[in-house]
Design a binder for this molecule. Sequence first.
Ligand SMILES: CC(=O)SCCNC(=O)CCNC(=O)[C@H](O)C(C)(C)COP(=O)(O)OP(=O)(O)OC[C@H]1O[C@@H](n2cnc3c(N)ncnc32)[C@H](O)[C@@H]1OP(=O)(O)O
Ligand SMILES: CC(C)C(=O)C(=O)O
Ligand SMILES: [Mg+2]
Length: 513
Amino acid sequence: MNAKNIETLKKENMNLAEKIYIFDTTLRDGEQTPGVALTVDEKIQIAQKLNNLGVDKIEVGFPASSPGEMESAKRIKNRELDSRLVGLARSLTGDIDAVIDADLDYIHTFIGTSPLHRDYKLKKSKEDIIHSSVVAIDYAKDHGLTVEFSAEDATRTERDFLFEIFNEVVDAGADFLDIPDTVGVLTPIVTRELITDIKNNFKTPISVHFHNDFGLATANTLTAIECGANQAHVTINGLGERTGNCSLEELVMALKSAYNIDLGLDTTRLYSLSNLVGRLTGVKMPVNKPIVGDNAFAHESGIHVHGILNNASTYEPMSPEMVGHSRKIVLGKHTGANAVKAKLKEHHIDLNEKQFDKVFKNIKSLGDNGKCVTDDDLIAIAITELASARETPIVIKGLSISMGANVSPTATVKLEIDGVEKETASTGVGPVDAALNAIRELIQDTMDIELEEYNLEAITGGTDALAEVFVISSDSDGNKSTGRSTNQDIVMASILAVLDSINKLLLINRSIL
Ligand SMILES: CC(=O)SCCNC(=O)CCNC(=O)[C@H](O)C(C)(C)COP(=O)(O)OP(=O)(O)OC[C@H]1O[C@@H](n2cnc3c(N)ncnc32)[C@H](O)[C@@H]1OP(=O)(O)O
Ligand SMILES: CC(C)C(=O)C(=O)O
Ligand SMILES: [Mg+2]
């Protein structure tokens, strides 16, 4: 099927509403994620960011449910955000009073309508359910509120009863009819039939609130929008009861990229908002979470990276910049030569063909052994390859230590630096310190180094134990390199380890041209 046919097919099968509203419920249903509790300040922080993203409505919470909920609703209201603020209420006047007390003018009131909810939870007849809903809506309308009515568990409610209660609440003045798929049992084809039927029978704008128990929340919400739903309830990161709600970022980006429907949100804020919500709720996203997961724009397979390097659209359906994320090329078992060449270029490392082949084989073999190769690993592998092929710039030519009681230890060190011999003596708090001070003095015209880490370990027992020294040095450009040496003499092991790291840094400097 060519692109034109797909476009035609989409148009023929869609009955889009003129305006599609994004109703964010991260602060209400999202916060109902088991184990999640946000403080008032955290709620305010998220509300501000949702507002900056450009969502139409923010459900700030359930004011009747706790003093903290009341306070956060009031304080969010004081921020004078552009997004419309919504408060949740059961079909009880007390809950509605709480929304009014919080100074919110948009109420989301609900009642369970399915047989399960009527018979086992609320223990109320159909007539009682209708009566409670109508009384609540009358009360809210009398107080000048905009009312959104949710028939909780609508998707397991008899169709005739659903229509009956919708007719009654519309007559009572409901401004929006919400269809919650409370336990996520819809499928796209059933959604199509249900939403089309409701759209054909009601003029009041309709909203959908779909849960994700079978991973279908986004697909079902998109289907509802195709069939004319005027509003979608969503949460950042798809948070919410059990497996959550339709994810805001998935819905908005699918509409923008796959449907070509731009809702006008500043989608470049999505990634940072997802991270903020992840941090504040403690619910971290899996790496493969669409749009905001660490791997959403990461590529390892050689064939993919080769395509990406030529044109990112080959393996990305949208750009990472669109959502404020970034592209990542990962090296490992599935890496191809083009990826390694690109990485080496990025780090300004020039290898000849033979050196490159060795580095490439090394990466593949690390991958085969189940290891992922970081950029630092690649640099270390490449530098080692470069170092082994070149003459070492600095070589130790002589060392003498003098120590005694009540005098500072003195080290005399002779080095050959690029073929020229130099010697100096220096003192220190101990013999190793004295020797390292002498080295620093001798190389100061060649490069400025900082010893960042120094680890000494005895690897055999006894007074003739072998000492292993591991160091990390850095240069003034921030390049880092490791050095390692094993010797029976602690001072010599230290000098050789430091020289090992300095030589690598020199090679890095000299190959970065
Ligand atoms: C599908 C959803 O997401 S609905 C929203 C769910 N969110 C929450 O429950 C989070 C906040 N909830 C709370 O803090 C508490 O549950 C409260 C404050 C609302 C109520 O607490 P409690 O009075 O202790 O009642 P509890 O939670 O045990 O039971 C719920 C009560 O609400 C009633 N109820 C439930 N839904 C409705 C409704 N839509 N309209 C009227 N009453 C309702 C139940 O029948 C039950 O009443 P009962 O105790 O008289 O039998
Ligand atoms: C309050 C209602 C809309 C709800 O969250 C649900 O049914 O899932
Ligand atoms: Mg819900």
